[in-house]
Write a protein that binds this ligand. Structure first.
Ligand code: FES
Ligand code: FES
Length: 163
């Protein structure tokens, strides 16, 4: 049996028919073609599927699609609708990714951290990104990119589009 849900995805109203067991991750990727959230562990451990749900970040593999009925979902595609954000540019500058599989989730998590704590300490950055695993970089260039963004003075704007 399918359920019809209505929600906002990256600023646009969407209506989708979903199975009661379908995850937000699968709906985004396979029904709506939003491929930035990646399928990793599918058990809430790796963070590659991280998206924003209203004002919080969630692991989309742990959220049922029916649960976002009436809610607002934001992915990297929505954040960078007008081009790269300044936070993404910091990640680029520091070569913060190798395979890039963790990148969308990591950037969503970093943007969320900076929105809620515009001037984080190193420990707070590590804690803020603790739910997102990277198997390539050793995290040092990722932390450097977040610090660079903080230094740039664009505090709290990592998750927003560039003007
Ligand atoms: S795929 Fe969702 S946390 Fe790993
Ligand atoms: S760059 Fe490969 S997992 Fe992070």
């Amino acid at each position: 049996m399918l359920y019809e849900i209505n929600f906002t995805l990256n600023g646009e109203k969407r209506k989708v028919s979903v199975l009661p067991t379908e995850t937000l991750l699968d709906m985004l990727r396979y029904k709506l073609g939003i491929t930035s959230p990646k399928s990793g562990c599918e058990m809430g451990s790796c963070g590659t599927c991280t998206v924003k749900l209203n004002d919080l970040i969630v692991k989309s593999c742990l959220v049922l699609a029916v649960e976002v009925d009436g809610q607002e979902v934001t992915t990297i595609e929505g954040l960078m609708a007008d081009g790269l954000t300044s936070l993404q540019e910091s990640f680029l500058k520091h070569n913060s990714f190798q395979c890039g599989y963790c990148a969308p989730g990591m950037i969503i998590a970093a943007a969320y951290l900076l929105e809620n704590n515009p001037n984080p300490t190193d420990e707070e950055i590590k804690e803020g990104l603790a739910g997102n695993l990277c198997r390539c970089t050793g995290y040092i260039p990722i932390i450097a990119a977040v610090k660079e963004h903080v230094k740039s003075g664009e505090k709290g704007k990592g998750a927003r589009r560039k003007p």
